[in-house]
Design a protein around this ligand. Structure first.
Ligand SMILES: C[S@@+](CC[C@H](N)C(=O)[O-])C[C@H]1O[C@@H](n2cnc3c(N)ncnc32)[C@H](O)[C@@H]1O
Length: 414
């Protein structure tokens, strides 16, 4: 089996950087892995400018990168591939039966998950490697677990088994405490599927599965749950959409529609402190904070109780606790958001290495927090967009580790 990959929702190429241990030196990119990226798609619907695409195309070349809405892509024309990767957003995955019944089921328009489903229907890749936010497992609040149930059911309908884990990168030696759901799916036709099918589902989570091998967990389950999304329980996707509800935990397996999910704790003592990625030389003035801004940040990050009104007019007291100010340099960074560096409670504020004065993270430090090569997004976009790209991206080191296991698995296929 060839190690061919397509990257959907490619952004600035976090999956590719991780799988191929990409380096950037004097504007020259070297890909040091064995994965052959045969196609990528990236299109930003919210802006006319396409900086993420431009960055991807500048770094990797524009030949096999498409910059159109994924819904406009004829999925049959996508090159054949062994592995489909992509970080898709958490949206509403519910579906309704169409009134006429002729079209079958209809998901909400613009929901990117259905573009992934269309691609796997057309191309049947043996392996998928996906990433999403941690709350995917819990949403929506009114029907806990339905959205992830929909994902599992669509993968089951297309012949896949699944392993997932919510990984806090900071608990496994990465410089950011970013918690994300990682999903690996493998088709019934693979040897890996046959191998996993024979194992006890708990053992897959604790020791034998793709995640346990790189992200060790303590052997005791803090809680567990079982569920089933197969045809024997739910007639079709619309039935899952209307009726499925369950408690998903941070680790799990789905095979033949049967789900086993467990609450696991990390078993790793590697800490990557924020201070290690801090720029050591002189940092431009624009990143330093005026006294006025320092006071504003102090307020935003402090504990407070504010009287507010609910939409129906009833008063309530909004309260929030204090956050470290400035940020703790001995711990990994907190999760970086797309709004990083704005005057907001969630932006990092650190003590500068040279001057000890307070300042924001630089775009380069944000790239380091995600494990991208230095200056990866320095491709002509503004600082604000560079922060945005990194807030959207993922921790490259997590992808690299999962990639090691995927490579072993694929090497073992015919
Ligand atoms: C969560 S980000 C993924 C970031 C990526 N993993 C990285 O490392 O940079 C999702 C991406 O999907 C893109 N996107 C959103 N809607 C899209 C659509 N309809 N077609 C193609 N791409 C889309 C966004 O522009 C964004 O870059």
């Amino acid at each position: 089996m060839e190690k061919t990959v397509i990257e959907l929702f490619a952004g600035v190429g976090g999956f590719r950087c991780g799988l191929n241990k990409v380096e950037l030196k004097n504007e020259k990119v070297s890909e040091n892995g064995n994965w052959k990226f045969v196609w990528a798609n990236q299109w930003e619907p919210a802006t006319k400018s396409q900086e993420a695409y431009e960055c991807y195309a500048k770094r990797f070349g524009s030949d096999d990168v498409s910059n159109v809405d994924i819904f406009e892509v004829d999925k049959k024309k996508i090159p054949n591939h062994t592995l489909l990767v992509g970080g898709f957003p958490c949206q509403d995955y519910s579906v309704a039966r169409t009134l006429s019944g002729s079209k079958g089921l209809e998901g909400k328009k613009g929901v990117l998950w259905w573009a992934i489903v269309d691609t796997i229907k057309a191309k049947k890749p043996p392996f998928l490697f996906l990433e999403n936010v941690d709350r995917l497992l819990l949403s929506p609040a009114s029907q806990r677990g339905r959205d992830f149930g929909m994902i599992l059911r669509s993968l089951y309908d297309n012949g896949y088994a699944v392993q997932w884990r919510v990984i806090n990168a900071g608990e496994y030696g990465e410089p950011q405490k970013r918690r994300r759901t990682y999903i690996v799916a493998y088709h019934k036709s693979t040897k890996y599927y046959e191998q996993m099918k024979k194992l006890n589902m708990k053992d897959i989570i604790v020791k034998d599965g793709i995640f346990a091998k790189q992200f060790p967990v303590k052997p005791e389950e803090l809680d567990y749950n079982m569920a089933n999304v197969s045809k024997s329980m739910y007639k079709d996707l619309a039935d899952v959409s209307d009726n499925f509800q369950t408690q998903f935990y941070n680790a799990g397996v789905m095979c033949d529609g049967k789900i086993y999910t467990a609450k696991m704790e990390s078993d790793c003592n590697d800490i990557y402190p924020l201070k290690k990625i801090r720029e050591t030389g002189e940092v431009a003035d624009k990143y330093f904070l005026s006294d006025e801004k320092i006071e504003k940040f102090r307020y935003l990050k402090g504990s407070k109780r504010i009287p507010r009104k609910k939409p129906n007019g009833d008063p309530y007291m909004y309260s929030e606790g204090a956050m470290a100010f400035p940020d703790n340099l001995e711990a990994p960074a907190r999760t970086m958001l797309t709004s990083e560096s704005g005057l907001s409670r969630m932006s990092h504020v650190i003590e500068d290495n040279k001057t000890s004065k307070l300042r924001l993270l630089t775009p380069l430090e944000c790239e380091r927090i995600n494990g991208f090569p230095d200056n990866w997004t320095n491709t002509g976009m503004t600082d604000k967009r560079r922060y945005f790209m990194m807030g959207n991206a993922l921790v490259v080191g997590v992808v690299a580790k999962i990639g090691i296991e995927l490579e072993k698995i694929i090497d073992n296929e015919d």
